[in-house]
Design a protein around this ligand. Structure first.
Ligand SMILES: Nc1ncnc2c1ncn2[C@@H]1O[C@H](COP(=O)(O)OP(=O)(O)O)[C@@H](O)[C@H]1O
Ligand SMILES: [Mg+2]
Length: 254
């Protein structure tokens, strides 16, 4: 093990432009393995854009230019063109649950099937383990063949997490995963995130500062495309070193 094994991702001098407009400016950030890292900041400050640079989701957007380095396990993801493999290793959960109009089972088995797994016993095992891992198994085990879109929003979001887990990623990126959920579902997903960090590295965008304080180990504060401050969550919320961070967390803007 090298000294840097505790960093899963490292970002160096990352700039991102949408056409002429610069959305990320010289971001430097190391993201630790098996921790929850929260990205906070006001709307439009670049949180989602930054999250998407970590698994090259911005590649899909026309006119995007990216400069700088993003390494996962020491490997530069923009130099290696196996984007499919990258997205298997770095899964993503979106703001709104985005299950397919098919059964719960088929949603979770979808990725493994695309990757060529056909054996029913193997798929059954992956589906069960993934749903258990996402703390939704007990609620759906008797209706795996029912339409996934018949579940509540909070249940759907946990099935989305199960679908991500089924690909056995190392890292799970989450972009405001609870913003469309009621408080009870939000609490369930927050509990789940705290469980998941035993096995995964999690990076979560949230505009909810209380959520960041509750569930994250590290927090980065973004403003106007810059990473203003990045530190362990307790320090960010108790002794922020930058005046702008302090103004934001005390609710003076945002
Ligand atoms: N696809 C896009 N094309 C052009 N500009 C974009 C695109 N996506 C986001 N932006 C702009 O980039 C900035 C950062 O947006 P975003 O990353 O979505 O912020 P946040 O997630 O913090 O709300 C905003 O000014 C936004 O308007
Ligand atoms: Mg966003």
């Amino acid at each position: 093990m090298s000294m840097n094994d505790s960093n899963k991702l490292s970002v160096r001098d990352l700039d991102l432009f949408y056409g002429e407009k610069q959305a990320l400016m010289k971001i430097n950030m190391d993201i630790k393995s098996n921790k929850v890292t929260a990205l906070i900041g006001p709307s439009g400050c670049g949180k989602s854009t930054f999250l998407r640079t970590l698994n090259r989701m911005n590649d899909l957007i026309e006119g995007v230019k990216i400069e700088g380095i993003v390494k996962v396990d020491g490997e530069d993801i923009y130099k290696n063109n196996d984007v499919i493999k990258l997205r298997t290793k770095i899964g993503m959960v979106f703001q709104k649950p985005n299950l397919f109009p098919m059964s719960i089972y088929d949603n979770v088995a979808y990725g493994p099937r695309v990757h060529g797994i056909k054996d029913k016993k193997t798929l059954d095992k992956i589906v069960e383990e993934s749903l258990k891992g996402a703390a939704i198994w007990d609620e759906v085990k008797d209706r795996l063949k029912s339409p996934a879109l018949g579940l509540s929003g909070g249940q759907q979001q946990r099935v989305c997490i199960a679908r991500t887990i089924a690909m056995k990623p190392d890292v799970i990126l989450m972009d405001e995963p609870t913003s469309a959920l009621d408080p009870i579902s939000t609490a369930k997903v927050e509990d789940l995130i705290s469980e998941l960090k035993k096995d995964y590295t999690i990076v979560i965008v949230t505009h909810n500062m209380q959520q960041a304080a509750r569930i994250s180990d590290e927090t980065g504060f973004f403003l106007n495309g810059e990473l203003i401050e990045y530190n362990n969550t307790k320090d960010i919320f108790t002794i922020p070193s930058d005046k702008r961070t302090e103004d934001y967390i005390t609710g003076r803007f945002g």
